[in-house]
Design a protein around this ligand. Structure first.
Ligand code: FE2
Length: 151
């Protein structure tokens, strides 16, 4: 479910909108971020490839069992590090620059694009779908003592 969500929402909806609206508007306002924006767009493409690798590794683990677990775990850790690094760059460089440089008209366009995001689990009700997914995931994660759900 988590891989499905990552593929359907961040990869197919959120990242293309960052490229098409937020990053494009920033390029209109400055050329100083060109290198960083190109790197982030490249990371969006790399992220898609990593999700495909994760799906293959998960399938291999489901078919082969414990002998394929370490490879899957290593890919999960690789993806998590990659994604945190990507988000850090956006949050520490791109978003502060956007706050400084984008005009009210830019924000109207960017806000409208992101307001139209859909949630593959709940149609237009993004928040409700995410909460349901969160609860589902939390309830299947074992507690540290292995005796039941984490909450
Ligand atoms: Fe991004």
């Amino acid at each position: 479910m988590m891989l499905y969500y990552i593929r359907e929402y961040p990869e197919q909806v959120h990242h293309p909108k960052e490229d098409q609206y937020l990053f494009a508007r920033l390029r209109d306002r400055t050329s100083k971020l060109d290198e960083t924006l190109a790197e982030l767009e490249s990371q969006h493409t790399q992220g898609e490839a990593l999700v495909r690798e994760l799906e293959r590794a998960l399938t291999r683990y489901e078919l082969e069992g414990s002998s394929a677990f370490l490879a899957f775990r290593d890919l999960v850790e690789k993806y998590a590090k990659f994604y945190f690094s990507h988000m850090r760059l956006e949050e520490e460089v791109i978003l502060p620059a956007a706050r400084r440089l984008l005009t009210p008209e830019d924000w109207t366009v960017v806000d409208a694009a992101f307001a139209g995001n859909r949630d593959p689990f709940a149609g237009a009700d993004l928040k409700g779908g995410l909460e349901k997914l969160f609860l589902l995931i939390v309830n299947i994660i074992p507690a540290p003592d292995g005796l039941g759900p984490a909450i």
